[in-house]
Design a protein around this ligand. Structure first.
Ligand code: HEM
Length: 387
């Protein structure tokens, strides 16, 4: 099955998911040797039953070949996972994150100030991309002048479409990023600050400091996990609202509906469409018996459109109750950055509604999906408004 087949599929994989949920909900792909899972209940199990579905995909050296994350919490199983996660939970609680609201609102205003008079812009470039990069860079204490490089690195890294396939660009980006973080870690070791990297350097688990590969994995994970995903949540939210002008009008009158609108965007156009697992024992999913050691692709984007879980799943409906989408995962690996992503998206939508009246997509512009089958969002989002 070739996921990169057609541009229509790229932007609208949802009819394909629907067909798979009906005809082959747990599907073995001979070409890649992996099992693809499409229904909500099965995806939820694959994401959360860590004793059977491991997050550790192998590759324990953090040296250059696309394995930077292999020692980070997203690729670790209990008990190590809990230990690593406990080092950073404090920084990402809703309370800690809420304290960032004034700074995020200030940054959003600054970025919009630059375009508000123009009447049109690419919202990805002007706002959705830079905002999350600045926020996470500030949390990690990354100097402002270094941020541009991250765009390239994380673009290359998320464009990797299959586990284990590392292009030359991908390897080079990993190596550059590794060198960059090694230097930054050294610098922070000699001059600690209030940032997350300094926190991780000081942290101990059972009297042991994190190893350098573990520190690198953490840095890379925070940087990549936090950026493209939030960029796409913002971009996808604007797309959904542009397609539903009635909802946009309502939000202007009732801004209290913005949080549930963001949840519906997360369900309807999930920024992360799939996650990987590896079976550690033989198991049954749906009608299929899956052997131990099998790679699993859990299609979050399909689970979030499963008619067994959601009524009228193909409709964008902000009044949906019980929106138990899996966009941030489920269980012990539930997205650490969810409160931050939600906060950034809320502040941005409030600002867009207030400052760019009559926001709509530029007519006749061709939307193009980012080069990834995992991350879902558009490369550019040309919009116009009444300045
Ligand atoms: C985990 C999605 C934003 C950091 C995850 C997982 C998903 C996800 C699906 C689960 C992975 C798994 O089960 O294997 C998203 C989406 C985001 C977003 C859709 C934005 C809309 C962020 C942000 C940060 C972040 C802003 C950090 C600043 C992480 C980390 C994990 C994670 C560290 C690993 C947690 C663990 O393994 O315990 N995210 N994420 N994410 N996310 Fe996010």
């Amino acid at each position: 099955m070739d996921f990169s087949a057609s541009p229509e599929y790229q932007l609208n994989p949802f009819p394909y998911y629907e067909r798979m949920r009906e005809t082959a909900p747990v599907y073995y792909d001979e070409q890649s040797g992996s099992w693809h899972v499409f229904r909500y209940d099965d995806v939820q199990r694959a994401l959360s039953e860590y004793a059977t579905f491991s997050s550790h995909m192998g590759g324990d050296d953090a040296s250059g070949t696309g394995q930077l994350f292999s020692l980070s919490l997203i690729a670790t199983d209990p008990p190590r996972h809990r230990q690593l996660r406990s080092l950073v939970t404090q920084a990402f609680t809703p309370k800690a994150v809420d304290a960032l609201a004034p700074r995020i609102a200030g940054l959003t205003d600054e970025l919009l100030e630059g375009i508000a008079d123009r009447g049109s812009a690419d919202l990805i470039k002007a706002l959705a991309y830079p905002l999350p990069v600045i926020v996470i860079s500030e949390l990690m204490g990354i100097p402002a002048q270094d941020r541009e490089r991250f765009k390239r690195w994380s673009d290359v890294i998320v464009s990797q479409t299959r586990a284990g396939s590392a292009s030359e660009d991908h390897t080079a980006a990993n190596m550059e990023m590794t060198e960059y973080f090694l230097a930054l870690i050294d610098e922070r070791r000699s001059r600690p600050g209030q940032d997350l990297i300094s926190t991780l350097l000081a942290a101990e688990i059972d009297g042991q400091k994190l190893t350098v590969p573990e520190l690198l994995g953490f840095c890379a994970l925070l940087l990549v996990a936090g950026n493209e995903t939030t960029t796409n949540l913002i971009g996808n939210a604007v797309l959904c609202l542009a397609e539903n002008p009635g909802t946009m009008e309502r939000l202007l009158r009732e801004p209290a509906l913005i949080p549930q609108t963001i949840e519906e965007v997360l369900r309807f156009r999930s920024p992360v469409q799939s996650m990987y697992r590896l079976t550690v024992a033989e198991t049954t999913l749906g009608d299929e018996v899956i052997p131990a050691g099998a790679p699993i692709v859990a299609w979050i984007g399909s689970a979030n459109r499963d008619e067994r879980q959601f009524q009228r799943p193909a409709e964008f409906d902000v009044d949906r109750g019980h929106n138990r989408h899996l966009a941030f995962g489920h269980g012990i690996h539930f997205c650490l950055g969810a409160p931050l992503a939600r906060l950034e998206a809320r502040i941005v939508l409030e600002a867009l509604l207030a400052r760019l009246p009559g926001l709509s997509l530029e007519q006749g512009v061709h939307l193009e999906r980012m080069d990834s089958t995992i991350v879902y969002g558009v490369k550019a989002l040309l919009v116009s408004w009444q300045p």
